[in-house]
Ligand binder design. Structure first.
Ligand code: EPZ
Length: 416
């Protein structure tokens, strides 16, 4: 099992380009199921989750060819509209095939995503929405089996703001008969990026980025070339690492507009932030100040940045309170950070972080994608060597993270 070895204590400096967004790439790849035309998706990040999604589509009969940061896909000969458990269990985002398959082929069989480290993460709202659009849905031997002659537009209120739920139903509505109104939608930038791709394919969508999205169904969609937006969570992770190590870095090709909640908290921590059209420069002169935060759906503070900010707060000046409102078990990085000397107490969905002067390197274990990023940040700050185990979690969502951090001066290497 591969590990990361980090010799902490280096202030990051230099420039790094932000890669394409995992959470935009995955729904956009699923959207290729909505047309029989060829699609070319560019600015794809080189991630295991992206490779898994392409593999899943190929299992269904999609013709795919992958390049370094792009893929060509054509769903003109789907043999079986099926997302099997062996792939779904490795990537919950496989659920994004459910809406497109049901809308285009009138049938879908997608394995129910199992449990997940950070929470139960049900998909009841995906199922409820498709049912409202006329799909017959049964749970058979662990699979969601959906059938529909043709989906019909409907008015759907989602009880909880759900990112992939909004994406699944928006994709399904594109080919439904009539108008669909989705209420209480997720407003994440990745939802907007997917909508922009669908509109380029000929979909008739309004309201994306707000909490009510209206879709007029069309008969068919056409193939397009589309470039995935830059990854705001990867960008935020680099910025938090620079702040924690008291460094100064510049991000290029950054999704500046979608970073506001993170930039605001970094400024509160004492960072000097300068933004350009596609660049963000951060300089942290001296020790970061502790910043309290509460995660929320966009435009609130992103839950996917919570673990990284707890790592930064661990060595900040003062005490901070971090409340996680989206997932019920997203503090598993805390017990690992304690092994490095962090002083953190948890009460329910709130962590109290008492900043310490230094952390001490140790062996720690990654438990989920963003927890592993949090441990990397802590390792970059800790005195001595930190070994991070189970870094396959990291490879799901960060492209060559160790080599890009090394280019910013970090002493980090992948070890067997
Ligand atoms: C997306 O997951 C992201 N993944 C997650 O990123 C992100 O943390 C999450 O949105 C929240 O922003 C992708 O986009 C591929 P949700 P998703 O449905 O869509 C509850 C990462 O690190 N819910 O918005 O699965 C659910 O339990 C990953 O990149 C229902 O109750 O999250 C959760 O409490 C981790 N019923 C809340 O809604 C449903 O049918 C938000 O979940 C659906 C969701």
């Amino acid at each position: 099992m591969q590990k990361l070895s980090i010799q902490g204590g280096v202030a990051l400096s230099g420039e790094v380009r932000v890669a394409g967004a995992k959470n935009a790439a995955l729904p956009i790849l699923a959207a290729t199921l909505l047309t029989s035309d060829a699609m070319r998706i560019t600015n794809l990040p080189q991630l295991n989750d992206v490779r898994t999604m392409v593999k899943l589509l190929e299992r269904m009969g999609v013709k795919a060819s992958e390049g370094e940061h792009h893929a060509q896909l054509r769903a003109d000969a789907i043999t079986e509209p099926f997302a099997p458990y062996d792939l779904v269990k490795t990537m919950r985002a496989s659920i994004l095939a459910l809406g497109p398959l049901t809308a285009r082929f009138g049938e879908a069989r997608v394995s129910l995503p199992g449990g997940c480290a950070i929470g139960e993460r049900p998909v009841d709202l995906h199922i409820k929405g498709l049912t409202a659009m006329g799909a017959q849905i049964a749970i058979e031997a662990g699979d969601i089996h959906a059938t529909a002659r043709r989906l019909k537009g409907a008015r759907i209120f989602m009880d909880t703001v759900t990112v992939t739920g909004t994406e699944n139903l928006m994709m399904a509505a594109c080919l439904a008969d009539g108008e669909t109104v989705l209420e209480n939608c997720a407003r994440e930038p990745e939802v907007v990026d997917l909508a922009r791709c669908l509109i380029a394919m000929g979909a008739r969508i309004q309201g994306h980025g707000a909490d009510v999205i209206t879709v007029q169904g069309v008969e068919r969609l056409r193939g397009v070339e589309y470039a995935v937006m830059p990854d705001r969570i990867e960008a935020g992770t680099f910025l938090a690492a620079a702040a924690a190590t008291r460094g100064a870095i510049t991000l290029t090709d950054a999704p500046v507009a979608s970073l506001d909640p993170v930039l605001q908290k970094l400024r509160e921590a004492g960072a000097e932030i300068t933004v350009g059209d596609t660049t963000v420069r951060i300089a942290m002169r001296g020790r970061p100040k502790a910043v309290s935060l509460r995660t929320a759906p966009h435009p609130g503070f992103p839950t996917d940045m919570q673990a990284q900010f707890i790592a930064m707060n661990s060595v900040a000046e003062g005490t901070s309170r971090v409340t996680e409102t989206i997932f019920e078990n997203r503090f598993m990085h805390v017990q690992e950070l304690r092994r490095l000397g962090a002083h953190i107490e948890i009460e329910g969905n709130t962590a109290m972080i008492y900043g310490v002067d230094t952390l001490k390197g140790a062996t720690v274990m990654a438990t989920d994608l963003r927890a592993s990023a949090s441990l990397v940040i802590a390792g970059l700050v800790a005195e001595g060597e930190t070994i991070i185990d189970r870094i396959y979690h990291l490879d799901r969502g960060y492209e060559h993270l160790e080599s890009r951090l090394a280019s910013l001066g970090a002493r980090i290497a992948r070890v067997a």
